[in-house]
Design a protein. Structure first.
Length: 280
C-alpha cells in the first residue's frame, strides 16, 4: 500500500466516523429535552429516502460485477471510487434517520411534548414522491432496453448502470433540499435553540475529508473520472459544507445566545404550556 492509498483509507474511515457520529446529537438532544421543538421532521424524514438510495447505489457500485463492468466500459476501464466505508455509512445513516424520524412521528411513544414541525411539509413530501416516480420511470426505460445487460453498449444505450445512477441521484436531490426547511425555521425563530450544532460541526469536518479522499483516489488513478463518474459523493460533501456554513453562521453569529421569539420560547424549551397543548 502506497502512502496516498493509506491516506485515502485513513481519511475515508475518519469521515465515516464523523458523519456517522453526526446522526446522534439531534436525537440525543431531542431525548434530553423530551421535545423536538426548534427542529423539523423534514430533515430526518427525507434523509430516510436519501440514505436508502445512497446505500443501494453504493452497494451496486461496490459489489455488482455487471455494474462495475458497465462503469468501466463507460469510463475508459476505470473502477468506481466507492469504498466499503461508503456502504456502511449509508446503511448506518438510513437506520439512524428512521430512529430520529420516529421521535417526530410518534412523540408520545418517546414521552415527548407535542411540538411544531412534527409533520412533513408539502414541499418535502413533493420531493419525496417526485424522486420515487422518477426512479420508477428510469427503471421502466432500462427494463425496456434490449442492451440493458450489455457492457459493450454501456456508452450509448440504456443499461442497468443508468438505473443505479437514477437511484443515486435521489441522494443528490435530497442533499440539495434537506437542510432548507431547518434554515428557514431557524430564521423564523431567530434562534438555533433545539437544533444541534454538534451534528453540523461533525458533518462539516466529514465533508472536507470526503472530498479529499475522492481527490486522492482520482489522483492515484490518474483520471478525474473518479469524481465525474461518482458525482453524488462529490456533491454530497460540497453541498453539505455550504449548508453547514450557514448553520454555523446562524448559531455563532446571527442568533448567538438567542432563545427564540417570545411566541416560540415555551415550545423551544420543551415546556408543557398552553401553546404546546394546542399543537398536536
Amino acid at each position: 500500500m502506497t502512502f496516498l492509498e493509506f491516506m485515502s483509507a485513513l481519511f475515508g474511515w475518519i469521515y465515516f466516523i464523523c458523519w456517522s457520529l453526526s446522526f446522534y446529537p439531534q436525537s440525543m438532544l431531542n431525548f434530553s429535552r423530551k421535545s423536538t421543538s426548534g427542529s423539523t421532521v423534514d430533515f430526518p424524514f427525507i434523509n430516510c429516502l436519501g440514505f436508502l438510495a445512497y446505500f443501494v447505489s453504493n452497494a451496486a457500485f461496490y459489489s455488482s460485477p455487471l455494474i462495475r463492468a458497465q462503469y468501466a466500459a463507460r469510463y475508459k476501464g476505470l473502477t468506481p471510487t466507492v469504498q466499503f466505508n461508503d456502504i456502511t455509512f449509508a446503511l448506518h445513516g438510513f437506520l439512524l434517520s428512521i430512529i430520529t424520524t420516529s421521535q417526530y412521528f410518534f412523540p408520545r411513544a418517546w414521552g415527548f411534548a407535542p411540538s411544531i414541525g412534527n409533520k412533513p411539509s408539502r414541499f418535502v413530501l413533493g420531493i419525496f414522491f417526485g424522486c420515487v416516480v422518477g426512479v420508477v420511470i428510469v427503471l421502466f426505460i432500462v427494463i425496456g432496453s434490449p442492451d440493458r445487460d450489455s457492457t459493450h453498449e454501456a456508452v450509448s444505450s440504456w443499461v442497468w448502470l443508468d438505473a443505479i445512477y437514477a437511484i443515486s441521484y435521489v441522494k443528490l436531490v435530497v442533499t440539495f433540499i434537506k437542510y432548507t426547511p431547518q434554515v428557514l425555521m431557524n430564521y423564523r425563530n431567530q434562534s438555533t435553540q433545539g437544533w444541534s450544532i454538534v451534528q453540523i460541526l461533525l458533518d462539516f469536518f466529514g465533508g472536507v475529508l470526503s472530498i479529499t479522499q475522492q481527490g486522492i483516489d482520482s489522483y492515484i488513478q490518474g483520471d478525474w473520472s473518479g469524481i465525474t463518474g461518482n458525482p453524488v459523493k462529490f456533491a454530497l460533501g460540497n453541498v453539505s459544507m455550504i449548508y453547514d456554513s450557514i448553520f454555523i453562521t446562524q448559531h455563532y453569529v446571527l442568533y448567538r445566545g438567542a432563545d427564540g421569539k417570545v411566541a416560540e420560547r415555551g415550545s423551544l424549551l420543551g415546556s408543557d404550556g398552553d401553546e404546546e397543548r394546542r399543537i398536536d
